[in-house]
Design a protein around this ligand. Structure first.
Ligand code: DSN
Length: 419
């Protein structure tokens, strides 16, 4: 037998060598364990995912793709990337998957680069109605380099106005239509978007960064059968490492691969690619479907319970992992609510609601999501308790101390990373 292999993180070693940094890691774990995490785009990656992330695969340069790299010595890491690709293809039934994007934003940049030229017209969801920075914000490459026309939600229903999408598509003849959002609680009808894209001869990009985990678990319909290109992240409801990916039709495979490398990225992060393989493997297990369904069930209970407390869920509820809450009835802004909840150990984010009268730094809403609390094993009863804590503390900041203790106690019963 040779030497025992070193393949993973050794916290004891880090603590001895760099106690200052080790303290940061411990404090963050304490923060997570000491409260309730409701940021809709976060989750708790499994210990196996963390082990892959903390592995020696971080050392390897591997520009290129499995079997065709620009560096020697890639035959081992090739296996990690091939596993990630094969598992993602099996999970989503996609023709082609690229697992190298460092983030969802990078995945979107690759999609633009593969399909468009600067100056082309794109039709995408308005950021303040739930879209994303990379869907045409002026402060982002997408708004600077492309001519982006925005669609939104209806004032009365707060649902995507598919008639408006079609009218705008016919009028502006976009080269690409983007569907997918970061703060839209409802199911998106990919078939309708496909029909509109076909009518005007546009590419359809589905950015499912937020909902990919729910699609993996069958809790929401998949965008893969409808979109030419599907971009995603691996760290949200999918519960993997921080990172992104792109799926596409076989016809676009070479274009997407060339857009990811060498156009927008250099060396892939092989430890992250390996961790993506682990996460896809976990999502392929039957129990992941139960997790995905519970994430949605919890979000529904949380939204309904908040409504019962007198704060209105935008669009009346949710079909997904998140709810967007209109706080105007409670007389507090999103910024104040975020700060009061933080003081009470409940981490969530302020968020614009559609047609928000307040600026983006203030907002009239908060976004709450259930991927983290569901990973912790919380269910409907706990969601009702969390809703009552939120409703109490946003109206009465003096309750923060007491709520903080309740939040910590709830989190302790459902402790993350218990070992
Ligand atoms: N920042 C992410 C979110 O919170 O939705 C999207 O990129």
């Amino acid at each position: 037998m040779g030497a025992e292999p070193y393949y993973g993180p050794d916290f004891g070693l880090l603590h001895r060598q760099d106690p200052e940094l080790a303290r940061v890691l411990l404090d963050e774990l304490d923060r997570l364990r000491g409260g309730i995490q409701l940021i809709a785009s976060e989750n708790f990656a499994s210990p196996a995912v963390l082990a892959a992330l903390g592995s020696t695969l971080t050392n390897k340069y591997a520009e290129g793709y499995p079997g065709r790299r620009y560096y020697a010595g890639c035959e081992v890491v090739d296996r990690a990337e091939q596993l990630a690709i094969d598992r993602a293809k099996r999970l989503f039934g996609a023709d082609h998957v690229n697992v190298q994007p460092h983030s969802g934003a990078s995945a979107n940049l690759a999609a633009y680069a593969a399909l468009l030229q600067p100056g082309d017209t794109v039709l995408a969801m308005e950021l303040s109605h739930g879209g994303h920075l990379t869907h045409g914000s002026r402060v982002n490459f997408s708004g600077r380099w492309f001519d982006v026309v925005a669609y939104g939600v209806r004032r009365d229903t707060e649902l995507i106005d598919y008639d408006e999408v079609r009218e705008l598509a016919l009028r502006h003849q976009p080269k690409m239509i983007i569907c997918g959002a970061t703060a839209y609680p409802r199911e998106i009808d990919f078939a309708v978007f496909r029909g509109i894209a076909d009518e005007v001869g546009a590419w359809l990009l589905a950015d499912v960064a937020h909902t990919i985990g729910l699609m993996a678990g069958g809790a929401l319909p998949s965008a893969v059968p409808y979109a030419d290109v599907v971009t995603f992240t691996t760290h949200k409801a999918l519960r993997g490492p921080r990172g992104g990916g792109v799926m596409c039709t076989g016809e676009l495979a070479a274009k997407i691969d060339r857009a990811v490398f060498p156009f927008i990225q250099g060396g892939p992060l092989m430890h992250a690619v390996a961790a993506k393989a682990v996460a896809f493997g976990e999502a392929l297990r039957p129990e992941f479907a139960g997790y995905a369904r519970q994430v949605v069930a919890n979000a529904r209970v949380l939204a309904d319970a908040l409504a019962a407390e007198g704060v209105r869920p935008v669009s009346g509820g949710t079909d997904s992992h998140l709810a967007l809450i209109d706080l105007r009835e409670a007389g507090v802004s999103g910024a104040v609510a975020e700060q009061r909840c933080t003081a009470a150990g409940i981490t969530l984010n302020r968020n614009a609601i559609p047609y928000d009268p307040e600026p983006p730094t203030v907002t009239s809403g908060i976004r709450v999501g259930t991927p983290c609390v569901t990973t912790q094993g919380m269910g409907p009863e706990q969601m009702k308790e969390v809703a009552s804590m939120i409703a109490q503390v946003i109206r009465n900041p003096d309750a923060a101390g007491e709520i903080r203790e309740r939040a910590a106690a709830l989190s302790k019963i459902h402790q993350i990373y218990p070992s």
